[in-house]
Write a protein that binds this ligand. Structure first.
Ligand SMILES: [Fe+2]
Length: 311
């Protein structure tokens, strides 16, 4: 049952106007907008739907008393794959079918999850070009300013889960839905990728004592320039960063996080680790840390990354 990617996100939001402005500033294409919602799309055909948080069509969420993500829809290869997932899920939970053929159910932590056949957009990616010593990929070409980021795709989602039952929550995705484990920190969190993806993670389940909730959704941009110029534009529009820019240790991706009025954070990311089934999952007894490096936060002294190794 090859699941490829995050196909769609559905938020329930308290302030629809603010949420819509946020995602416009973030750089997604606004496809539809009305008093009762907004729909955005990435160049690769993934969708982000914003609905009023009291919309009766929204499924409940563990942290649904405030603006948050109410459903994650995973994209699969074919209608046959969808049927295989429906049969697997129906073994021990209710499965609801929508008019468009998609199905939805609930995971072990109480998050609503859906499955739909992927609708990939036809996007051509031009690789960033760099100059180094005698190697000039960018001969006679200057670096252009970017007024606003234009994320290519939605790469991953991150949820908090309760420590109790965390093994079961992770096993649901790996053993029932075919996700691969990339990195795991004992008692802390598990990075997983879809069977049809080479991203270091499309899903990260992060344990916290106060229980389940949405953490962030991450959007891939071309390079660090786009992270920095896109982030500067977000700040100019009044949106607050949640971190300074940096490069993660697990996943190796460059990042910058912002606080989303729709719930949780969004992350611009670039240059994440890619892996296939030759990758041996790493099990860490102790967290190797958050960042290889990060730009100094005036509110928090920077700390060098721990030089720990996986067990
Ligand atoms: Fe992330």
């Amino acid at each position: 049952m090859p699941i490829n990617r995050v196909e769609s996100l559905v938020y329930g939001v308290a302030d629809l106007a603010a949420g819509t402005r946020y995602y416009e500033n973030w750089g997604l294409e606004l496809v539809e907008r009305s008093d009762s919602g907004a729909l955005f799309r990435t160049p690769t055909g993934q969708t982000i739907r914003l609905l009023p948080m009291d919309d009766p069509s929204l499924p409940p969420a563990p942290d649904g008393e405030k603006s948050t993500l109410r459903q994650t829809v995973w994209g699969v290869d074919s209608a046959d794959d969808l049927e295989a997932i429906a049969a697997e899920m129906a073994k021990d939970r209710d499965v609801v079918r929508a008019a468009d053929g998609s199905i939805s159910t609930v995971d072990e932590s109480g998050f609503s999850i859906g499955f739909a056949v992927s609708q990939p957009g036809d996007v051509k990616v031009e690789m960033p070009k760099v100059n180094l010593n005698e190697n000039a990929q960018r001969l006679n070409v200057t670096v252009a300013a970017i007024p606003q980021a234009q994320p290519l795709r939605l790469g991953h989602v991150v949820f908090y889960i309760a420590p109790e039952g965390a093994d079961r929550a992770v096993s649901f995705y790996i053993d029932r839905l075919g996700f691969r484990l990339s990195d795991s920190t004992v008692g802390r969190g598990d990075f997983m990728r879809c069977a049809g993806s080479r991203d270091h993670h499309n899903l990260f389940l992060l344990q916290r004592e106060s229980g389940a909730g949405f953490n962030h959704a991450a959007f891939e941009v071309r390079d660090f320039d786009e992270i920095m110029m896109g982030g500067a534009y977000m700040k100019s529009q009044g949106w607050e960063p949640d971190t300074t820019p940096g490069r993660h240790i697990l996943g190796s991706n460059l990042y910058w996080y912002f606080r989303n009025p729709c719930g949780g954070n969004t992350e611009y990311f670039a240059d994440m680790d890619c892996m296939d089934d030759d990758w041996e999952p790493r099990i860490w007894d102790k967290s190797p840390g958050f960042a290889l490096w990060s730009i100094d936060d005036p509110d928090q002294p920077s700390t060098p990354p721990a030089a720990s190794m996986p067990s």
